[in-house]
Write a protein that binds this ligand. Structure first.
Ligand code: PHE
Length: 371
């Protein structure tokens, strides 16, 4: 009987609803076509055959068919949603290595400035800073530069205004300190200096210097040599050889340039020391008596020495950097090499529960005791 067979077919279709819950994406598509397909779906065919039933049966079977269709559609939609969210979860790879922790680093030049200041601090030297925009008078004339000295020429110096320059060295700070304080003076003065230089492997138009100045009763050139040699041994390595070469600066007399033995070739001569075996690190000398007198000091009583060290140079020597531009390019791959290793954060005793981790060990100098 046609009506019985339609009801049976409907029951068989309803029974297959269970298959939906276990189907994968492809099986689900196949089931949809097989049961609900518009052309030859099993249920579609049942619905299409309904008009052939006698009216009293048609109503009951019709209702049942619609119910089975709704159930099937709901089961398929639910299964589709389950499969889609499983797919989204699968795209998160929990075994992927974590992103490396970001490590901040002190710039190598800043690091070297701090280290040099730290070494001289042991000898009682204070740290002093001053303006980068400097008067022509402090930068040159107070330092005994004659007006026709080539360094005064606009070729080397960057002028900001009439009588105002970007300082070409840190020596004007000698004048500022001696103008402001009576002897004894022991100061270290780090800072950026500017010259119209090319930007190549060994020059930069902005560079760091550290000025050293000691003025006191009875200071001699021997004090200077001993201090500088002690510094080189501490800063570079024990046994570092230092050479003092006669030189000229308008504000020192006598003047000397200081070289250290090239670490790479040990004096044999190489590309870095330009075959000389030595590397120049600073200019220096005994403070010129004319300058001491101009500052109102009694040159019968006080004498002094001064030096101006090229910090980029010294940093390059210390860390084996062969191009000064690396110090300016802010390439993190370069700078990260100066970052301290990651240490697990430690809690300050007593701050457990919401306290901040202890600051990095770099932050506090050994002399800055914490209570
Ligand atoms: N200011 C000099 C320079 O930049 C270096 C120097 C400093 C020389 C102090 C003598 C004394 O070249």
């Amino acid at each position: 009987m046609a009506s019985a067979s339609l009801a049976e077919r409907l029951a068989a279709i309803a029974a297959r609803t269970d298959e939906v819950a276990g189907a994968d994406a492809r099986q689900l598509e196949a089931l949809k076509t097989e049961l609900l397909g518009r052309k030859a779906g099993a249920l579609t065919e049942v619905l299409r055959a309904l008009p052939s039933l006698p009216p009293d049966e048609r109503r009951a079977v019709g209702q049942r068919a619609n119910q089975v269709k709704r159930d099937l559609e709901a089961a398929i939609a639910a299964r589709q949603e389950t499969l889609a969210s499983a797919g989204r979860a699968a795209s998160v790879d929990l075994t992927m290595p974590a992103r490396a922790r970001w490590r901040g680093a002190i710039h190598p030049v800043t690091r070297v400035v701090d280290e040099i200041c730290g070494i001289f601090r042991e000898l009682g030297f204070a740290r002093v800073v001053g303006p980068e925009a400097e008067t022509e008078w402090h930068n040159f004339y107070a330092l005994n530069f004659p007006a026709d000295h080539p360094a005064v020429d606009a070729h080397d110096t960057l002028y900001l205004d009439d009588g105002v320059v970007l300082r070409t060295h840190t020596s004007p700070l000698q004048i500022r300190v001696m103008n402001g304080y009576p002897p004894p003076i022991r100061v270290l003065m780090p800072g950026t200096c500017y010259r119209k230089d090319p930007f190549d492997a060994s020059h930069a138009p902005a560079f760091a210097q550290i000025e050293g100045l000691a003025v006191d009763e009875g200071i001699s050139f021997v004090d200077f040599k001993a201090t500088l040699t002690w510094f080189a041994q501490r800063f570079f390595r024990p046994g570092t050889r230092v050479r003092f070469r006669p030189s000229f600066f308008p504000f020192t007399e006598p003047s000397a340039e200081v070289d250290v033995l090239c670490f790479l070739c040990k004096g044999g001569g190489c590309r870095v020391c330009k075959a000389s075996g030595w590397l120049e690190i600073l200019g220096s000398g005994m403070v010129h008596p004319r300058i001491l007198r101009a500052m109102g000091y009694d040159t019968e009583e006080v004498t002094g020495w001064a030096f101006g060290m090229g910090v980029d140079r010294v940093a390059m020597l210390k860390y084996g950097i062969d191009d000064i531009r690396l110090l300016f390019e802010n390439d993190l791959r370069f700078l990260q090499q100066f970052a301290p290793p990651v240490t697990p954060p430690t809690l300050i005793p007593g701050s457990e529960g919401g306290g901040h981790p202890a600051p990095g060990h770099e932050a506090a100098g050994p002399t800055e005791a914490r209570p």
